[in-house]
Design a protein around this ligand. Structure first.
Ligand code: FES
Length: 147
């Protein structure tokens, strides 16, 4: 059994501790907002906050997440959408939406450190792939969320 904190709640997961955190969250904790894209660390669809840092959950084992504070897209904000989520909607930066949870997580992590990031800083801190190609709108949304 592995104990961790997910979205401010203690969670105990009874699957192989070598399972990627992505699948532990989706299959054992039923938090399916975290998406599987590539499984090898390229796309960023699986990003979650681990102790506040945006990391690819397909590259972390459940054992490595033990005792840490995990925030998924479901826990990014409590009562209303996070400013990043509101800005993504306002700038129409969501097309198919599959990559959006990972982008919102990466952007929230960036804005917590740097509320006024440049375009280059956004591209570096939010390297997520978007097959719909809405990158200019993503940059505008992230900058808007920081204002
Ligand atoms: Fe983890 Fe693509 S599924 S980076």
């Amino acid at each position: 059994m592995t104990a961790l904190t997910v979205n401010e709640r203690p969670v105990r997961i009874e699957i192989d501790p070598q399972t990627p955190l992505l699948w532990a969250l989706r299959d054992a904790a039923n938090l399916t907002g975290t998406k599987y894209g590539c499984g090898v660390g390229d796309c960023g669809a699986c990003m979650v906050l681990v102790d506040g840092e945006a990391l690819r959950s397909c590259l972390i084992t459940l054992a490595e997440a033990e005792g840490r504070y995990i925030t998924t897209i479901e826990g990014l904000s409590r009562d209303r959408s996070h400013p990043v989520q509101q800005a993504l909607v306002a700038e129409q930066a969501i097309q198919c939406g599959y990559c959006t949870p990972g982008i919102a997580i990466a952007a929230a992590s960036l804005l917590a450190r740097n509320p006024a990031p440049s375009e280059d800083e956004i591209k570096q801190a939010v390297p997520n792939l978007c097959r719909c190609g809405v990158y200019p709108r993503l940059v505008r949304a992230i900058q808007r969320a920081g204002r």
